[in-house]
Ligand binder design. Sequence first.
Ligand code: PEP
Length: 255
Amino acid sequence: MNRKKKKPAPIIIANWKMNGTLIDSMQLFKDLRKQIHESLVGCEIVICPPFTLLRDFAEKVPGTGVKLGGQNCHHAHHGAFTGEISAMQLKDMMCDYVIVGHSERRIQSSEGSELVQKKAAHAHTEKLTTIICIGETQYEHDNDLTKIIIREQLLHSIPKSANNSNTIIAYEPVWAIGTGKTPTDEQISSTHQYIKKIIAEELPHIEDSLRIVYGGSVNKDNAQELLANDHVDGLLVGKSSLNMIDFWGIIDAAS
Ligand code: PEP
């Protein structure tokens, strides 16, 4: 009998970016905790709040099932790097995850793949799971350059230390972030399959396939369809993770 392999529970990652004060973020988390307590949650939930909120979250997350992540980290352990945060400091704040290579950092802070690789390698030494973001811009998409860009970003952003328990790839087309536009199901399948192919063929030190999540204009209305795609292992959510009704709708869809 040709039985379909059951997909593992998806992971839902909230990237709050530079949003939220202590009071409103704690309220959001309180509401989330209440919903989790009252429901059967069938997915992993990771919240990546701004650094200013990590300490308060570090006290509140234990026992809730929610994991914490940083939105970025430096590639050095410590030192004279004004305004930066290290993987060790994230670990100190109970983080298990860190996002590296988000397109907003690649574009706004000119972070290239080599730097992303160094950050990810260092984060692994601190036992953080890295969420390595890749994705093409609108121009690259329109000019059929997606595969070239994806391959370049994968080969140069993934460190040798990566394995399927410490690394997640987030495919986030830049043109889909915050725009309300999403790729078609076929486009997502084809890109995620291409990512798997590049990793299998060109990064053979990574023995098992890495989890690949999709990000870009995910909301409570499209989450179920996105997660139904066999090649999507979870979602990275920006704007819709800042509102309880929207975020819970996504978790519900994943459960
Ligand atoms: C993001 O920036 O990682 C993201 C997915 O944003 P949004 O959901 O708002 O498109």
